[in-house]
Ligand binder design. Structure first.
Ligand code: KE4
Length: 422
């Protein structure tokens, strides 16, 4: 007898491409029927068949406090009662802008948008408008949302699907996008040498998490800071995942490397649709209506998303020890996999982000990530799912841990992982 998820998936596929509103949710990379979720609370997520699971997707990052945190829910409910959206400036937008700029060292000004994609698309336009240059360097395996110019060897779902570039993107839209290799300084030097005055910006995930988690080599981020300064290009840190995840100041505070522009998403909206971009005042003053770089949005900074984002950032700010707690839990899981695996695995972990790669080589870039055995990953994913552990349904994604994950959750997760390998 079909499960309710199977029934809903069949119905969904009739009306929604792939049956989902974002490709990775279709479980295509792991060959299973996606679980349709009915509710979530804390570290637990419950599907429409009543299966409760320990959730390590956390909505791909926003859920750093766990699902349905009571204080966030209360603020959202109060905001809803005051009306959902006005299309006019509100006090909350000032409060959130001040919180963001207080916490993210390089952001003197910020603009709120409705997704990470929109934040990146806008930051790139700002960089091109400020420098008067067209070319953008990105890294193979890094994913920065689905704006046309960046869907070239994107990571995340595009990396998992068969088509590395997206159909429907005219060649002209991507001819100003240059590709380098993550952790490969020479690949960046070659691009700048070939066009020393034509590159507007380098955009990078300071910790890559869309080819699975891949850490920057010790000097990679400082190198990017040096070479962009040398050639008068801007450095953009895409901190949609790492922002407020690796610490209150994101990856830039963690690594003490400060970009010209930063993009944010996920945690900044506390689970509601929100992104943000920002940086040096002289760059952000180029953005309309102050300057000639146009960018707009009906629901940008809307009262509900700002209420959720403000309360989330306040909770993180009140209890910075959360980041040590998150790291400890992630290390426990990472160590368990390393010790239990009786086959080659590479586990990359930083803060509360980790990925398990089924490969014998260190995973340090797109090419080495592709060496992982995705069929083995799918088998691992399926066993965990069948035993109540909901982890990333694709090799080239990250596992996220929240403050709501208890020691009992972690112990149960480690038990299931050990059972899988034995
Ligand atoms: P959104 O447009 O999905 O809010 O953000 C795009 C984005 C930008 N930059 C980085 C570093 C990102 O990781 C993302 C989106 N991340 C994926 C997970 N790998 C979102 C999940 C999905 O696509 O459904």
């Amino acid at each position: 007898m079909d499960t309710r998820s199977q029934e809903l998936f069949e119905a969904a596929k009739k009306k929604i491409p792939g049956g989902v509103n974002s490709p990775v949710r279709a479980f295509g990379a792991v060959g299973r029927t996606p679980r349709f979720i009915a509710s979530a609370k804390g570290s637990r997520i419950t599907d429409v068949d009543g299966n409760e699971m320990i959730d390590y997707v956390c909505s791909w990052g926003p859920g750093i406090l766990g699902h349905a945190h009571p204080r966030v829910i209360e603020e959202v409910q109060k905001a809803c009662a005051r009306g959902l959206t006005y299309g006019a400036p509100t006090e909350n937008e000032v409060v959130l802008a001040e919180l963001i700029c207080e916490r993210i060292p390089s952001m003197e000004m910020s603009r709120l948008v409705s997704s990470g994609t929109e934040a990146v698309m806008s930051a790139i336009r700002a960089a091109r408008g400020y420098t008067g240059r067209d070319k953008i360097i990105k890294f193979r395996g890094c994913y920065h949302g689905h704006s046309d110019g960046l869907l070239v060897k994107a990571g995340s779902a595009a990396l998992t699907t068969a088509v590395p570039d997206s159909a429907g993107v005219p060649a002209g839209y991507t001819q100003s996008t240059l590709l380098a290799s993550y952790n490969d300084k020479e690949s960046v030097e070659r691009l700048f040498a070939a066009d020393p005055d034509g590159i507007a910006a380098v955009i990078v995930e300071p910790v890559a998490a869309n080819m699975g988690v891949v850490l920057p080599d010790a000097d990679f981020l400082p190198f990017l800071r040096r070479i962009t300064e040398r050639f008068h290009a801007l450095l953009i840190f895409d901190e949609v995942i790492t922002g407020f995840r690796l610490g209150l100041g994101g990856a830039q505070e963690y690594y003490q490397v400060f970009p010209d522009l930063t993009t944010l998403g996920k945690i900044v909206g506390g689970g509601m649709p929100m992104g943000a971009y920002g940086g040096r005042r002289e760059i952000m003053r180029q953005i309309s209506p102050d300057g000639p770089v146009y960018q707009a949005g009906t629901l940008s900074g809307n009262p509900i998303a700002t209420a959720a984002g403000i309360e989330t950032l306040r909770l993180l700010k009140e209890d910075p020890a959360i980041y040590q707690r998150l790291e400890k839990k992630a290390v426990q899981i990472a160590q368990t996999v390393r010790e239990a695996a009786n086959e080659p695995v590479c586990v990359n972990q930083i803060g509360s982000l980790l990925s398990v790669f089924f490969t014998s080589c260190p995973v340090k870039d797109y090419e080495s990530a592709l060496s992982s055995d995705t069929a083995r990953y799918a088998d691992y994913f399926g066993y965990l799912l069948d035993h109540g552990i909901y982890t990333a349904p694709a090799q080239f994604e990250a596992m996220f841990i929240s403050d709501a994950h208890t020691q009992e959750d972690i112990a149960e997760t480690c038990r299931v992982i050990r059972d899988y390998f034995h």
